[in-house]
Write a protein of this length. Structure first.
Length: 323
């Protein structure tokens, strides 16, 4: 089986790539910036250049592949106008190239944020109702992909995915972090190890549709961060009022409006943090024939701290090299 991974040097994509290699496959990985390919050093992969905003680079990337795990895109909570070039136009161009090349299986890394805030669990019957542009853009692409007769599409609506290489743990390693809100509604989490397992299982299966997923304990942020602070008593967590964080990020957004570099801290980052949004803990697992190996945030945080000791992955937004 030949699998193409887009976004392979990102946080989730690099874990997907590692697990594919560990299973005996030699995945093809699409890389936009050559300097980012070094993240995958030591893995037996086939690296190809590809850019979602340059459609002519995509046919070579998909040629000969049986499945695509699509995680590429501008993965930040910015306005739709900044997300559309990669998530909409880029995904559309990738799907066009895949259909032309005879690729049958397409796994789209979507988001639980296609749903709106709710204190009830998201189930298979819950209708999408996004309130953030990130969710709206993901839902638009889900709907487009579902209409393609030439592709078998599985859209996996990922929740908060965490692990040693994510931005949260970059702050943990510094010993201080600010969080934009003091409320603690239920929210679904998923360790990156299990997120990768789900995406790979979807690529290998015939399941189609769009579903959310999460671990067995959709913990509010107070519980999640409280456990992190229990494990790291010296960690300083500053809980900003949501209104203050929203005002601050709005001013930052205005100041940075002419810059084209992705922005991790935006008004929608604050809104996403404070949403009550959780998936039924049984949703999708059985359909893919899986059980979570990291069942909840307590196990996941311990595992992440163990992994963080020698971890050197750098978030693409923080990696300023442009070659």
């Amino acid at each position: 089986m030949r699998v193409l991974v887009t976004g392979a040097t990102g946080f989730i994509g690099s874990e997907v790539t590692r697990q594919l290699v560990a299973s005996g496959l030699r995945p093809r990985v699409m890389v936009r910036r050559p300097t980012r390919a070094a993240i995958l050093d030591g893995l037996d992969v086939e690296a190809v250049h590809g850019d979602l905003t340059v459609p002519d680079t995509l046919p070579a990337a998909v040629a000969g592949c049986d499945a695509i795990i699509h995680l590429g895109g501008r993965a930040v909570f910015e306005p739709a106008s900044r997300l559309e070039p990669t998530f909409i136009h880029g995904t559309r161009a990738l799907a066009d190239a895949a259909e032309a090349a005879g690729v049958r299986r397409f796994v789209f890394g979507s988001s639980l944020l296609v749903h709106g805030p709710s204190h009830d669990a998201v189930t298979a019957a819950t209708r999408p109702a996004p309130v953030l542009d990130y969710g709206r853009v993901k839902l638009r692409m889900e709907d487009e992909l579902a209409q393609r007769s030439g592709l078998s599409v599985a859209s996996i609506r990922l929740p908060h995915v965490y692990g040693a290489g994510d931005q949260l743990f970059a702050n943990v390693r510094r010993g201080i972090m600010a969080v934009p809100g003091r409320s603690s509604p239920p929210f679904s989490h998923l360790h990156v190890h299990d997120a990768a397992r789900v995406l790979i299982a979807a690529a290998r299966s015939s399941w189609t549709g769009a579903r959310g997923i999460g671990d067995r304990d959709p913990a509010g942020w107070d519980r999640f961060l409280g456990e992190l602070q229990r494990l790291l008593p010296r960690l300083v967590i500053i809980r900003l009022p949501a209104a203050l964080a929203l005002a601050g990020t709005s001013l930052m957004r205005i100041a940075r409006s002419r810059l084209q570099t992705p922005d991790l801290f935006t008004p929608d980052t604050v809104r996403a943090w404070n949403l009550p949004l959780w998936a039924d803990p049984d949703l999708l697992w059985g359909e893919l024939g899986l059980e979570p190996e990291v069942p909840d945030f307590r196990v996941g945080l311990k595992r992440s701290l163990d992994d963080a000791v020698d971890h050197v992955w750098r978030h693409s937004v923080s990696d300023r090299r442009r070659v």
